[in-house]
Design a protein around this ligand. Structure first.
Ligand SMILES: [Zn+2]
Length: 215
């Protein structure tokens, strides 16, 4: 299942809950962003075997997203060290965009970048007493070093992700964001369950891979 497919499914879920929960345009965009982001995040884990056949163009895009992320982190560090403040919505949105780009990339540099973003989120969450953000940082910092379709693709991670989304919901005061984040994440696992290699929903209790065939 490609990043694009997961993103599309997540965005659709976000659009549905935006219509259900809100009529404000900015909030609706937020719902779509949160669900799309949640639907991608499970694949921040380690390398998959499925990327041997990449077209030249998609290789370029991946390269571009990697170096875009490097540049972005340098910029953020510069802003941070020089004491300038950035709007939290812009900072949060671009962090999410960087991570989304990195989902599609692999290798050590990518893993290290993802972990740096995670450490930054932990630091930021700690200094602003936002426990949920520290939780997100922990997930993001740890995920790239895990086996593909391992711990990030289990039943146990869903309440954890819901808790992160709920924290964001409290932070922004937008009802429904927590549920939407959780549904976005679940959509990823369900979509992967429909692929031939399936999902080890109960890992590490059992290594059995659950798959569903649509016929
Ligand atoms: Zn996946």
């Amino acid at each position: 299942m490609t990043g694009k497919t997961h993103l599309a499914i997540g965005a659709a879920i976000g659009a549905a809950s935006a219509i259900y929960y809100s009529s404000d345009l900015g909030e609706m965009a937020l719902f779509i962003g949160v669900a799309g982001f949640s639907a991608l995040c499970a694949d921040l884990d380690g390398p998959s075997m499925l990327t041997s056949k990449l077209t030249k163009l998609s290789k370029r895009i991946r390269e571009f997203s990697l170096w875009g992320a490097v540049l972005y982190l340098i910029l953020i560090t510069y802003f941070f060290l020089s004491g300038k403040t950035i709007s939290p919505i812009i900072a949060g949105g671009s962090f999410a965009a960087v991570l989304a780009g990195l989902v599609m990339k692999q290798g050590f540099v990518r893993n290290a970048l993802v972990s740096i973003v995670g450490l930054y989120l932990i630091y930021h969450g700690f200094s602003h007493e936002q426990t949920w953000l520290m939780g997100l940082g922990l997930f993001v910092g740890w995920a790239p070093w895990l086996k593909h379709r391992g711990m990030t693709h289990t039943l146990w991670i869903i309440p954890f992700w819901g808790w992160i989304g709920w924290g964001l919901e409290q932070e922004l005061g937008v009802t429904g964001l927590g549920v939407t984040a959780m549904l976005g994440y679940i959509s990823h696992l369900v979509a992967d369950t429909l692929t031939p290699s399936g999902v080890k929903w109960l890992y590490p209790l059992t290594k059995k891979s659950f798959k569903l065939r649509l016929k």
